[in-house]
Design a protein around this ligand. Structure first.
Ligand code: TRP
Length: 390
């Protein structure tokens, strides 16, 4: 398997002392090592991803409680559940972004989505009232997932609707796809296969304000914060390595763990198994079925044993999912306590999860139905955003 870029050729110039993909973070050579990079995520021996090891190998920092408290102090509101519950567990220079915010200066957010399939869930970092650019890497999926240009563009458009339905503010949000915005700028046509080598810079450049003259002209020093999953770190390690050498600010990152499959964290996550995930297109009936039949439970094998020993919360998927989607901290604590002590049964936990997910999916379905092609075009129009910092 190929590496990107070759660790030999970069390490001499790298001022962050990390290789881009190799070294346990890792590449394919040590087969018993876990592999985490933008194209492959495989745990060691089919076990769990070791996130502590990723922090060490990638050389990022732990995003601990003190950051969550500081975000809450600065914004005057509870932090997003993904921050509060440790879904975002690592960062690079997030403290600098919070300093910028504390001084009353501006920054912008950049995130993205590779439209390879159905929809997603983005945690909104809306509290900061800052502009947001969202990249749809339809070219990436076209090259790696062997989709046609037309199919990648179609999926990108479908994904944009799900993103918009999550509640982004059109006065502060610019959404672009590589085929329409980036490839267009370079004058390539749909027929050009510009190759995988050319992709990493494509994901890197939106980190720099000068990539968006219609938004940030004259603001070349505006800092950028990138929320992403930890597998994207190699792209941005490269970006941060290059930035100072071309006179730009390094982007800061907050990095999340992966969303576990319904079958549990130790099994193999298979994108092609429709029963391993809940989709925003699932009906309440589908959700009920999937949760009841497939969600890996940490409950004991008999009621007597369960009452006696309680559930193993470490491996229990329904509790883990409730941690992502149940906003109410008190209710989550109550569930963990009672279920962990065996006073609540797996059936009750699954029932609550089905309710929470059905509600969320129903809310999303309604919101998405309002997102017409015209709304998509409006978000993706290359335009100034005069209200983006207000
Ligand atoms: N490569 C990402 C994916 O496959 C999409 C992406 C593009 C992205 N730019 C990003 C993700 C910035 C996080 C942050 O999903």
């Amino acid at each position: 398997m190929s590496r990107f870029p070759s660790s030999q050729s970069t390490s001499a110039m790298v001022e962050e002392p990390t290789k881009v993909v190799s070294a346990g973070g890792g590449d394919r050579e040590g087969e018993d090592e876990q592999v985490v990079n933008p194209w492959e995520v495989t745990a060691k021996d089919g076990g769990k991803i070791d996130y502590d090891k990723l922090i060490e190998k990638f050389g990022c920092q732990r995003l601990d409680e003190s950051f969550v408290r500081r975000v809450e102090r600065l914004t005057g509101r509870p932090a997003h559940v993904f921050l509060r519950r440790g879904v975002f567990f690592a960062h690079r220079d997030f403290n600098e972004i919070l300093d910028v915010y504390e001084r009353g200066e501006k920054f912008f957010l950049y995130t993205g989505r590779g439209p390879s399939s159905e929809a997603l869930h983005l945690g909104h970092l809306d509290a900061f009232k800052v502009p947001l650019v969202i990249q749809l890497t339809d070219d990436e999926k076209c090259m790696w997932k062997n989709l046609t240009v037309e199919e990648s563009k179609r999926l990108a458009c479908e994904n944009v609707k799900d993103i918009i339905a999550c509640g982004f503010d059109i006065t502060r949000t610019f959404i672009f796809s590589d085929f329409s915005y980036v490839v267009g700028i370079f004058g390539f046509t749909n027929e050009d296969h510009i190759g995988k080598i050319s992709f990493p810079p494509v994901q890197a450049v939106p980190s720099f304000p000068s990539s968006f003259p219609h938004l940030f002209s004259g603001k070349d020093n505006l800092r950028c914060l990138i929320p992403c999953a930890i597998d994207q770190d190699p792209y941005f390690r490269m970006t941060r390595d290059v930035a100072p050498r071309i006179g730009y600010q390094k982007p800061a990152l907050i990095e999340s763990s992966f969303f576990p499959a319904l079958q549990g964290e130790t099994g193999k996550m298979s994108a092609s198994d429709p029963n391993s995930a809940i989709y925003v297109t699932d009906s309440s009936k589908d959700i009920k079925n999937k949760v009841n039949r497939y969600a890996f439970s940490g409950g004991q094998d008999s009621i007597e044993n369960h009452r006696k020993y309680g559930a193993n919360l470490e491996v229990d998927i329904p509790v883990k999912y409730l941690g992502f989607f149940l906003e109410d901290d008190a209710e989550l604590d109550h569930i963990k306590k009672e279920y962990g002590a065996g006073r609540m049964l797996t059936g009750e936990i699954k029932k609550r999860l089905v309710e929470v997910l059905s509600e969320l999916v129903e809310r999303h379905r309604k919101a998405r139905a309002l997102v017409t092609d015209e709304v998509v075009d409006a978000f993706m129009a290359v335009r100034p955003l005069p209200l983006m910092f207000s």
